[in-house]
Design a protein around this ligand. Structure first.
Ligand code: SF4
Length: 354
C-alpha cells in the first residue's frame, strides 16, 4: 500500500484543495503535489503517497537522534521516507528530504512488520528521522500504534512545523521528540528554511504541556545563527517558556546542499553556545557532532556529580538508578529512564526490514 487518504485538508471556494497539515498551506489543483512532494491532490482530496515506504533502515544509538535523557545507551531503529515540508538550504539529509524518486524508495514495510523488526533487533524504540514525519504522519501514527502494542517506544525527529490540530493528533501516538530549533530569528527561518519561527515555537510550547519527552537541537552554522545575542535570546525564551530542564543540543554543521561555501562549525563555537545556555539557567546543555566529553556528560543538578559520562555516542561511567535517580544524592533526573543503560555504543547498523 502506498497511497492512503488523509483528513487534514479543506476545499476552497476557487476549486483548489488546501492541505492543513503544516503552515505552508499548499493549495492544490487536481494531480498537484504539495511542497513536501509526498502529499498530493487526487480525486478531490489530499492523499499521502508514501504510506509504508521507506528510504532505508538503520539501527543507531539513541544519542544520535539526539536524545540524552531517553533510555540512554539503547539502540533505536531509524527510518525515514522521502520529501520534507521545509526547504533548508543547509539540509544535512538532502538526498532523502529532496528526493523526488518515490518509486525507488528502498523498502516497503507495514507497521506490524516494523514493530516486529525493532523487537527482533533488540531496539527499545523506533525513530522517524532523516526526513520530517509531519509529512507522513498517517504512516508514522500507525507504526507508533503497532510499536505501543509490542512495548516499543517511538521518537519523532522533526522541525516542529505543524498546525495545531494535526499536531495534537500526531503526538498522542508518540513518546519522545527532538525538535530542531533552527535559529532564533524570523529572517533566518524565512530566508534559509522557507518556514516561520513562530510556528515552531508554538510546537515547543505545545509539547511542554504533553507527556511527550522533549529535547531540542540547534545546528550552529557559522555566521548565520551563532551570534551571542541570538543565542542568549533563544536560551532566555526556552527558559521562560519550557523551564530549566529541557535538554538543549548544539550540534556542528558540515558544508552541504546549498551551503557548501560555509565552513564547518568550530568546536569552540559549540562550547561558547553551551556556556551561554548554562549561564542563562538551562541545566542540560550538550554539544554534538564533536568529541567533547565535558560538553556531552550529564551532571546531577542535586550534587553536580557526573551521572552519565559520554564521548560522542559512547557511554562511560553511569551513576543513575534504574528509575533515573543519582546514586550519590538520590536526585531524580528529568527524562525517561527504565532499567540499566543500554550497551549499543556508537555503532550504526544498516538493516533490511522487508
Ligand atoms: S504537509 Fe506538505 S502538502 Fe501539506 S501544507 Fe505542508 S508542505 Fe504542503
Amino acid at each position: 500500500m502506498a497511497t492512503v487518504p488523509t483528513v487534514h485538508w479543506h476545499r476552497l471556494a476557487d476549486g483548489r484543495v488546501q492541505c492543513d497539515v503544516c503552515p505552508r498551506a499548499c493549495r492544490l489543483h487536481e494531480g498537484q503535489r504539495g511542497f513536501c512532494f509526498v502529499r498530493q491532490r487526487e480525486g478531490d482530496q489530499i492523499v499521502l503517497t508514501t504510506y509504508g515506504r521507506s528510504s532505508g533502515f538503520c539501527v543507531d544509538p539513541i544519542e544520535k537522534k539526539p536524545l540524552n535523557h531517553f533510555l540512554p545507551g539503547s539502540p533505536v531503529l531509524s527510518f525515514g521516507t522521502a520529501g520534507c515540508n521545509l526547504g533548508c538550504r543547509f539540509c544535512q539529509n538532502w538526498d532523502i528530504s529532496k528526493s523526488r524518486e518515490i518509486d525507488t524508495l528502498a523498502a516497503a514495510a507495514g507497521p506490524e512488520q516494523l514493530a516486529a523488526a525493532a523487537l527482533r533487533l533488540g531496539c527499545r524504540s523506533i525513530a522517524f528521522t532523516y526526513n520530517d514525519p509531519v509529512i507522513f504522519m498517517e504512516y508514522a501514527m500507525d507504526v507508533a500504534d503497532a510499536c505501543r502494542a509490542a512495548g516499543i517506544k517511538t521518537v519523532a525527529v522533526s522541525a516542529g512545523y505543524m498546525n495545531p490540530a494535526p499536531r495534537e493528533e500526531f503526538y498522542r501516538h508518540i513518546d519522545a521528540a527532538n525538535i530542531d530549533l533552527k535559529a532564533f530569528s524570523d529572517k533566518f527561518y524565512e530566508k534559509i528554511t522557507f518556514a516561520r519561527l513562530d510556528a515552531v515555537l508554538s510546537t515547543l510550547e505545545y509539547l511542554r504541556g504533553t507527556d511527550v519527552w522533549l529535547e531540542i537541537t540547534t545546528l550552529l552554522i557559522p555566521g548565520h545563527n551563532d551570534g551571542d545575542d541570538e543565542l542568549r535570546r533563544q536560551c532566555d525564551w526556552l527558559l521562560e517558556h519550557l523551564g530549566t530542564d529541557v535538554p538543549l543540543h548544539f550540534s556542528a554543521f558540515h558544508p552541504d546542499f546549498k551551503m557548501r561555501d560555509i565552513p564547518r562549525t568550530p568546536p569552540e563555537t559549540l562550547r561558547r553556545a553551551r556556556r551561554i545556555a548554562l549561564d542563562a539557567g538551562l541545566r542540560f546543555v550538550y554539544t554534538g557532532n564533536v568529541h567533547d566529553p565535558d560538553g556531552q556528560t550529564t551532571r546531577c543538578p542535586g550534587c553536580d556529580a557526573p551521572v552519565i559520562v559520554r564521548d560522542w555516542y559512547d557511554l562511560g561511567a553511569y551513576e543513575l538508578t534504574d528509575d533515573g535517580r543519582c546514586t550519590r544524592c538520590g536526585h531524580r533526573l528529568p527524562g525517561v529512564f527504565d532499567g540499566p543503560p543500554g550497551g549499543w555504543g556508537r555503532r550504526r547498523l544498516p538493516v533490511v526490514v522487508s
